[in-house]
Design a protein around this ligand. Structure first.
Ligand code: PMP
Length: 294
């Protein structure tokens, strides 16, 4: 991925893609002092850019470091690199981390870096899979409790569990893994939030120990606008037996239907199709035409 043409915004400057490098003694590499975002641009506009920049700053706060740029500066830097790369539809990856000035668990005075890269990333799951619903499996790994890890932060360290789960799923021919939380409740997939459709109503777990996705919040808003009831509650594995449809949401995954979770089968039904269509329309609306409630 590092051998490409183009530029990356790195600590205030646009640098050639191949030269956007860090030292092997970077604190973040050894101790996971790193946070990031995943965003998508549609027609040259990053969807909910400011919400993502705010979450990035908050994620760093939760890890005890301060990004040396404000939200407005991060927004501007994102737009700058998107323009420089001449991309209209793109994936956007801001990342902030502790540098290599100090080694050891404690690194209070290390420099905080910020980089923003953009590239083309059309569909997270293949279009054929998206049409019939992806197959996912239960993960053996669980999301940790909020007093075990800073679970509200989009922290690189929390993705160790996601990569382990996703690699295991791929080895078994599945597209993704579904993780429980420390209590045994349904939590999330490795890069997306989960929704069940039970008798025309949408049920989704409360994000009290995993990422409260920006796509998740958008999907809830879009469903309510359609008059579909959305219930945020504790969801247990047995609840899947009551559901007819199952879909996942995320910036990269957008709204993706799930056809199978382990032994359990689901249809790509009317509610899921409506959510897919509404989300695709929403992301391409100019921000001024979106409802103020979002
Ligand atoms: N959970 C995890 C673990 C994720 O990585 C993501 C993707 N950022 C999400 C949920 C969905 O969040 P969002 O809708 O903000 O992309």
């Amino acid at each position: 991925f590092d051998d490409r043409d183009g530029v990356i915004w790195f600590d205030g400057k646009l640098v050639p893609w191949r030269e956007a490098k860090i030292h092997v003694l970077t604190h973040a590499l050894h101790y996971a002092s790193c946070v990031f975002e995943g965003e998508r641009a549609y027609d040259g506009q990053v969807f909910k850019l400011t919400e993502h920049s705010e979450r990035l700053v908050k994620s760093a706060d939760l890890l005890g470091f301060k990004i040396p740029y404000g939200v407005a500066e991060i927004d501007a830097a994102t737009n700058q690199v998107l323009k420089a790369m001449n991309l209209k539809d793109a994936y956007v990856r801001p990342v902030a981390w502790r540098g290599s000035e100090m080694m050891g668990v404690s690194a209070q005075q290390s420099k905080i870096h910020l980089a923003i890269a953009v590239w083309e990333w059309p569909s997270y799951f293949s279009p054929e899979l998206r049409e019939k619903g992806i197959k996912i499996q239960w993960s053996n790994w669980r999301r940790p409790a909020p007093d075990t890890a800073p679970t509200a932060s989009k922290a690189a360290g929390l993705y160790m569990i996601c990569t382990l789960s996703k690699h295991e799923a791929e080895r078994n021919g599945c597209a993704d893994a579904l993780m429980l939380d420390y209590r045994g409740q349904v939590a999330e997939c490795t890069g997306a939030n989960v929704f069940l459709v039970i008798n025309g109503e949408i049920h989704t777990p409360k994000p009290d120990c995993f990422l409260d996705g920006i796509t998740r919040r958008t999907a809830i808003e879009l469903a309510r606008r359609r008059g579909i009831k959305v219930i945020e509650r504790a969801i247990f594995p047995d609840d899947l037996k009551k559901a007819q449809e199952f879909f996942i949401t995320g910036t990269a995954a957008e709204v993706t239907p799930v056809g199978e979770v382990g032994e359990q089968k689901f249809t790509v039904g009317a509610v899921t199709r409506q959510m897919m269509a509404d989300y695709s329309a929403e992301v391409r609306k100019p921000a001024s035409q979106r409802s103020a409630a979002e």
